[in-house]
Design a protein around this ligand. Structure first.
Ligand code: EPU
Length: 327
C-alpha cells in the first residue's frame, strides 16, 4: 500500500462491520493470553494524552499470535500500526481505522544478560526498566536512555537519543518480524540508521535486540551517571504531558533555540502550549486535542520560517497519517 493509499484508507475508513468480522475471525485463532478488543482509546496510552480510538487493539502474547494478527489483517486488507510506549506519537482525534498492535504483554519484556556482558532484550521492555536492570548488573553504556519514556521497540524504530548518544550506539543485532510474518535477525551493519531514523523498522516490527555495553563497572557508578542525566533532564525539560521534542533538530542547529528565538514560548492553541521550559516541547495543559496540537505545530512552523527562514520538520509521528497531509 502506498502512503497515499494508506492515508486515503484512514480518511475514508472501513465500514464498522469489516472490523467486527476481522475481530470474530481472529479471536479464536490467537491464544487466550492475547488481549484483543474493539474501539480501544489510545490517548491514555500515549504521553501526549490526546486522540481517539483504534478500531481494533491487540497485545499479542507470542510470536505465533503476532503472526496470526498480521496475516489476518493482511488478508482483509486492513492496516496494522505498531504502538510502542506512545511517547513519540500524536494520535489523531478521529482515532485510527486499523489494527493497533502493542507489545505490552510481559512476554516481550525480557532482559537476559550473557556471560560476555551482552544482553538480549525484548522490544516491549521499558527503557526505564532496562536502565534499572543494567545498573544492577553493573553494565555501563545505557545511562543515556534514562528518562526516555519509551520501550526498546520504539527506541529502535526511532533510533531514540539523548545526551549525545543514540540507541544504535549500543545495538549489535535486531530481531524483527516482516509484515509477511517472517522472523529475521539483522546485524547493525546490515541496517540503515541515522538521526531519529531506522529504515528497516519503517515496515518491519522490532521483536528484540542484542545490546552491547561499553564496559562494566559497579552498580553505584552506573546509578550515579543516570542520576546526573536525570537532573540535567529535569532542569531543561518540562514535566507536563508531551511527546518529547516535537521537531527534528535541523543539521547543525537546535529546533528549541530557533522556536525560542522566534518568541513562541507560551504560545497556545486551546490547551496545547509551546513549553516555557523548552521550546521544542508542545505540552498538554489539561484538555488539549490532537487538532490543537496540529494547529500549534503549523503555527510554530510558519513563525520560525518567517523569523528564521528555517523549515522545521516534525520528529514525532502522526499515528496512521502523514504530517504532509495536515500541515
Ligand atoms: N535552547 C534554547 N531554548 C529552548 C530550548 C533549548 O535556547 O527553549 C537551546 C539550549 O540552551 C541549548 C540548545 O538549544 O543551547 C540545545 O538544547 P538541548 O540541550 O535541550 O538539546 P535539544 O537539541 O533541544 C536534544 C534532543 C532531546 C534530548 C536532548 C538532551 C532532538 C530533537 N532533541 O534536544 O531529545 O533529550 O537533546 O540530550 O534531537 C526527543 O527526541 O524527543 C528529545 C527530547
Amino acid at each position: 500500500m502506498t502512503a497515499e493509499q494508506r492515508v486515503q484508507s484512514v480518511d475514508e475508513g472501513k465500514p464498522a462491520g469489516v472490523w467486527s468480522e476481522f475481530f470474530e475471525a481472529v479471536k479464536p485463532l490467537v491464544s487466550a493470553a492475547t488481549r484483543i478488543v474493539h474501539e480501544e482509546r489510545l490517548g491514555t496510552k500515549t504521553t501526549m494524552r490526546v486522540g481517539g480510538a483504534a478500531r481494533i487493539y491487540a497485545e499479542p502474547a507470542s510470536v505465533a499470535d503476532l503472526q496470526v494478527l498480521l496475516r489476518e489483517a493482511r488478508a482483509g486488507g486492513g492496516e496494522v500500526l505498531m504502538l510502542g510506549r506512545g511517547s513519540n506519537v500524536i494520535v489523531p482525534d478521529e482515532g485510527v481505522d486499523g489494527l493497533v498492535v502493542s507489545l505490552a504483554h510481559q512476554a516481550w519484556s525480557s532482559f537476559e544478560p550473557r556471560e560476555d556482558g551482552r544482553v538480549a532484550v525484548g522490544a516491549g521492555l521499558r527503557l526505564k526498566n532496562l536502565c534499572g536492570l543494567a545498573a544492577k548488573a553493573g553494565l555501563v553504556g545505557f545511562e543515556f536512555l534514562e528518562g526516555i519514556p519509551g520501550n526498546v521497540g520504539g527506541a529502535l524504530r526511532m533510533n531514540a537519543g539523548a545526551m549525545g548518544a543514540w540507541m544504535f550506539d549500543v545495538v549489535e543485532e535486531v530481531q524483527l518480524m516482516t509484515r509477511a510474518g517472517e522472523v529475521r535477525t539483522l546485524t547493525k551493519a546490515a541496517m540503515h540508521v541515522g538521526y531519529r531514523h531506522c529504515e528497516e523498522l519503517h515496515q518491519a516490527i522490532a521483536l528484540g535486540a542484542l545490546l552491547r555495553p561499553a564496559t562494566r563497572s559497579d552498580a553505584e557508578t552506573v546509578k550515579r551517571q543516570m542520576d546526573a542525566y536525570s537532573r540535567k533532564r529535569h532542569e531543561s525539560q518540562p514535566r507536563e504531558p508531551s511527546a518529547g521534542c516535537i521537531f527534528r533538530n535541523p543539521p547543525g542547529n537546535s529546533a528549541g533555540r530557533l522556536i525560542d528565538e522566534s518568541g513562541l514560548k507560551g504560545a497556545r492553541v486551546g490547551d496545547a502550549e509551546v513549553s516555557p521550559t523548552h521550546a521544542n516541547f508542545i505540552v498538554n495543559r489539561g484538555s488539549a486535542t490532537a487538532a490543537d496540537v496540529i494547529a500549534l505545530v503549523r503555527r510554530v512552523r510558519a513563525r520560525v520560517r518567517e523569523v528564521k527562514g528555517v523549515d522545521l520538520e516534525p520528529e514525532v509521528l502522526l499515528f496512521g497519517k502523514e504530517w504532509k497531509d495536515v500541515l
